[in-house]
Design a protein around this ligand. Structure first.
Ligand code: NIG
Ligand code: FE
Length: 415
């Protein structure tokens, strides 16, 4: 039975991230609007008020469920704005090959990489994919993430892409984790089109995008703009078609080389440009001129064994509303943990713990078009929050490699 109202008391720090109703840029990213000895009151899954414990305790009636946070940190659930969470099989063999000295690109060029997951995902039924993906859903929730963006892109036929997107919808409908679907038919050119790339782009533009849009299966369209995947002209055709069908845009840009992806994201008004390991001053100013949010994925850098992280400091100094995400996928980034990403953001990209938390919550929420509902703990937003087993908001990134969440709530319900 659902309790109507809920109070969370005894929070050493209630990390609210309350602030202006837009993504946070520059110095704003360092202001988490923390309430010490804070408390929160929610009704029917929505936050009604946050404040000092003494204020909130006055609202507690006899029917109210009271959660004692035990003098721990309470913060919004993480919003992971870049994931590939639906796939069959895994690529532990490639993990071992990289340990033996092969690079991510060499493995991909030899027919492994994305294509190897495509083969397995095509062979799986919709139910099998759904079952496999439920396991990862648990991992996201356990590490304190309550909303994820979820891409297709391991089907690469009309039917298999639709299958992936339907699985994402089922996961969203039947589970506590919220999924925001993105169509990524342009993840790589499948083998059957390798001598006729233009025909695959035609298929995406003329068949896949119209059908995905017609069935309302995705909110965003993404393209892997990279040497070996899709060049700028191909990417532009695909993204323009998506835009004309009402999809919003995200771009995998400047990951393995300077691909032109950042400039394209700016030209087309994409919401995010993601990766950006190779982006420099020119790319950063292009993103700034079009208010594109950079989505940085440091786990994918570390886990392919690279040392080339995106220049987060330059992006923050330029006034960009930086987002952090896991890039969870079976190849380049097999981790669902935003906690791990916080650690990497501070140690490898020199983001302060506060900047990293803003990037992992409120800024990510805005990048998904959900800034008015999630990403901060404020009146009128969903009661998606996590009790972390620590007293200070810096500890989740600092004490590395352990799971801090002791309780995760979505819409005011314990997961
Ligand atoms: O974001 N860059 C392209 N796509 C993924 C990799 C997916 C895979 O290796 O399966 C990424 O890193
Ligand atoms: Fe990705």
């Amino acid at each position: 039975m659902k309790t109507e109202s809920l109070a969370v008391i005894n929070c050493s720090q209630l990390v609210t991230l309350a602030g202006p109703e837009r993504p946070r840029a520059g110095a704003e990213m360092r202001d988490l609007a923390i309430i010490r000895d804070g408390a929160m009151f929610a009704r029917e899954g929505w936050i009604v008020q946050t404040g000092a414990r003494s204020e909130i305790e006055k609202l507690i009636g006899s029917d109210c469920e009271v959660i004692d946070a035990g003098n721990r940190v309470v913060m919004p659930g993480f919003v992971d704005a870049h994931t590939h969470p639906v796939f069959a099989g895994n690529r532990a063999d490639e993990f071992e090959m990289r340990a033996a000295g092969k690079s991510y690109q060499q493995i991909a060029e030899a027919g492994g990489g994305i294509k190897s997951t495509v083969r397995k995902t095509r062979a799986a039924s919709e139910d099998e994919l759904f079952e496999a993906s439920k396991r990862y859903r648990e991992w996201f929730l356990r590490t304190g993430t309550t909303t994820i963006e979820a891409k297709s892109g391991y089907g690469l036929t009309l039917e298999d892409e639709l299958k992936m997107l339907r699985v994402i919808h089922r996961l969203d409908a039947e589970t506590a984790l919220r999924y925001v679907p993105t169509f990524l038919g342009a993840h790589t050119v499948p083998d059957e089109f390798k001598d006729n790339r233009a025909a695959y782009v035609d298929l995406i533009v003329n068949e896949m995008i119209p059908q995905v849009a017609r069935e309302g299966l995705a909110q965003f369209c993404d393209v892997f703009c990279e040497r070996g995947a899709f060049d700028v002209d191909e990417s532009r055709r695909i993204l323009m078609a998506a835009k004309s069908h009402g999809l919003k845009l995200r771009v995998h840009a400047d990951q393995l080389s300077l691909s032109g992806g950042s400039e394209l994201a700016a030209e087309l008004g994409a919401v995010t440009a993601d990766h950006l390991e190779h982006a420099g001053e020119t790319q950063i100013s292009a993103l700034k001129s079009a208010s594109v949010q950079p989505a940085l994925l440091p786990a994918s850098v570390l886990l392919i064994g690279s040392q080339r992280y995106p220049n987060a400091r330059a992006m923050i100094e330029a006034g960009l509303a930086v987002v952090l995400a896991t890039d969870f996928n079976p190849g380049s980034s097999p981790t669902p943990s935003m906690l791990f990403v916080l650690t990497l953001a501070s140690t490898q990209m020199k983001m302060s713990p506060a900047e990293a938390i803003s990037a992992a919550t409120i800024n990510a929420a805005y990048s998904l078009g959900l800034g008015d509902q999630i990403g901060s703990l404020e009146a009128g937003k969903r009661a998606d929050f996590v009790i972390h087993d620590c007293e200070d908001y810096r500890e989740p990134g600092y004490f590395a490699g352990i799971e801090h969440p002791v309780a995760v709530y979505t819409g005011g319900r314990l997961v």
